[in-house]
Design a protein around this ligand. Structure first.
Ligand code: DAH
Length: 338
C-alpha cells in the first residue's frame, strides 16, 4: 500500500495481533480481567473489528468479513485458553485442604474363620506327620465313586445328590475322599497325607446345610495299622486342636471305603457330644482298585467337616453366615482362638 494508509485487511491483522499480545502478556487473574475488558468489552478491540467490517466497502465485505470472523474467534479462544491456564495455576495451588476433616481409616482385612480353622487343623496334623496335599474340585466318577467302592446303583451316586457336569462323566466332588485315591495312585508307600478342601452337594440350603462346605481328609497307609492307631491319631489331633480336656469317641457306622467304619464324636468339658466326621480302616477294595496289595498294606482314613466344627466351636448358629461375607460376622470371629 503506497501512501502509508493501511487498508481494512491490514487493520484487521494489526488489531488481532494487538489483542493476542495483550492476552499472552496478562500475568495473573486481575490483569486478564482488564485485558478481557480491553479486548472483548464494549469499545474493545473486537468491537473495533466489527466496526471495520461495517465500514468496509461493499465489494470487500465478504473477504473482510471472513478475516474479521477468523480474528474474532482466534482472540476469544486465546482469551479462554489464557483464563483456563491462569485459573488452572491457581487451582493447583488449590483450595487448601480441610485439615479438620477426620482422616481416612485403613481397614485391615482378616482371614475368614474357616481359613483360620483349616490352617490350624493342617498345622496340628502336620505336627503328627501328615503331609498336606490337595486334589481337583472337578472329579471323574472313578475317583469320586468307583475306586472308593461306591457301586453304580449306590444312592450316593444319584443325579439328584450330585453336581454332575453336562455331557462329560465328571462332577463337582462330593467328598475329599477322592484325594485318598489320587494319593494312592501317585505316591510311594508308606504315606500319611491330609487334604483340606471344598466339596459340593445339592442340599437344600438351611441353617445347617449348604451346597458347598469344607472337609479335611486324612489317610495313613503302612504295614500293620489298626483301629488303635486311628483312634490314637484322632485323639492326639483333637487334643492339639481343642485342648487336652477334649474327649473323642468312635461310633460304629458304615462307609463304602472303610471297613470297619465309625463316626467320630468330640466333646469339650461341660458340653455335649458333637459329630465331627467319619473314619475307618481303608477297605481292601480301595487298595485293589488302585493296585495296592491289601495283604501287604493297611491303612486308616478320616474325613472331618470344618463348618460343623467351626459352628460348634465359635457358637455360630447358621452355616450360611460363613458364605455371606457379612463383615459384622467375619469381624466378630476375627482373632478368636481356635
Ligand atoms: N467322605 C465321607 C463323607 O463325606 C467322610 C469320611 C468317612 C471320610 C470315613 C473318610 C472316612 O476318609 O474314612 O461323608
Amino acid at each position: 500500500m503506497t501512501g502509508g494508509r493501511e487498508g481494512p485487511a491490514e487493520e484487521v491483522a494489526r488489531l488481532a495481533s494487538e489483542a493476542l499480545t495483550l492476552i499472552a502478556n496478562a500475568a495473573d487473574e486481575a490483569a486478564l480481567r482488564r485485558v478481557r475488558q480491553e479486548v472483548a468489552g464494549k469499545s474493545g478491540l473486537v468491537s473495533r473489528l466489527m466496526a471495520l467490517l461495517a465500514a468496509a466497502p461493499r465489494a470487500e465485505k465478504p473477504s473482510i468479513g471472513q478475516a474479521v470472523n477468523r480474528a474474532k474467534s482466534e482472540i476469544l479462544a486465546a482469551l479462554e485458553a489464557r483464563e483456563a491456564a491462569i485459573g488452572g495455576t491457581s487451582a493447583s495451588g488449590g483450595p487448601s485442604e480441610d485439615v479438620t476433616l477426620p482422616g481416612r481409616r485403613l481397614e485391615p482385612g482378616c482371614l475368614h474363620p474357616l481359613t483360620v480353622l483349616e490352617e490350624r487343623v493342617v498345622s496340628v496334623l502336620s505336627a503328627l506327620g501328615f503331609e498336606a496335599t490337595e486334589g481337583p474340585e472337578v472329579e471323574d466318577e472313578f475317583h469320586n465313586f468307583i475306586a472308593l467302592n461306591i457301586p453304580p446303583d449306590h444312592p450316593a451316586r444319584d443325579e439328584a445328590d450330585n453336581f454332575y457336569l453336562e455331557g462329560v462323566p465328571h462332577l463337582l466332588r462330593s467328598q475329599t475322599s477322592t484325594v485318598q485315591v489320587r494319593a494312592l495312585e501317585t505316591r510311594t508307600l508308606p504315606l500319611r497325607i491330609i487334604a483340606p478342601g471344598r466339596v459340593f452337594r445339592p442340599d437344600e440350603v438351611d441353617a445347617t446345610h449348604h451346597f458347598l462346605f469344607h472337609q479335611v481328609e486324612g489317610l495313613a497307609v503302612d504295614a500293620d495299622l489298626s483301629m488303635a492307631d486311628l483312634k490314637g491319631t484322632l485323639l492326639a489331633f483333637f487334643r492339639g486342636l481343642l485342648g487336652e480336656e477334649v474327649q473323642v469317641r468312635l461310633r460304629p457306622s458304615f462307609f463304602p471305603f472303610t471297613e470297619p467304619s465309625a463316626e467320630v464324636d468330640v466333646r469339650l468339658e461341660g458340653r455335649g457330644w458333637v459329630e465331627a466326621g467319619g473314619c475307618g480302616m481303608v477297605d481292601p477294595a480301595v487298595f485293589t482298585a488302585v493296585g495296592v496289595d491289601p495283604e501287604r498294606w493297611s491303612g486308616f482314613a478320616f474325613g472331618l467337616g470344618l463348618e460343623r466344627l467351626a459352628m460348634r466351636h465359635y457358637g455360630v448358629a447358621d452355616i450360611r453366615w460363613f458364605f455371606e461375607n457379612d463383615l459384622r460376622f467375619l469381624r466378630r470371629l476375627d482373632g478368636q482362638r481356635v
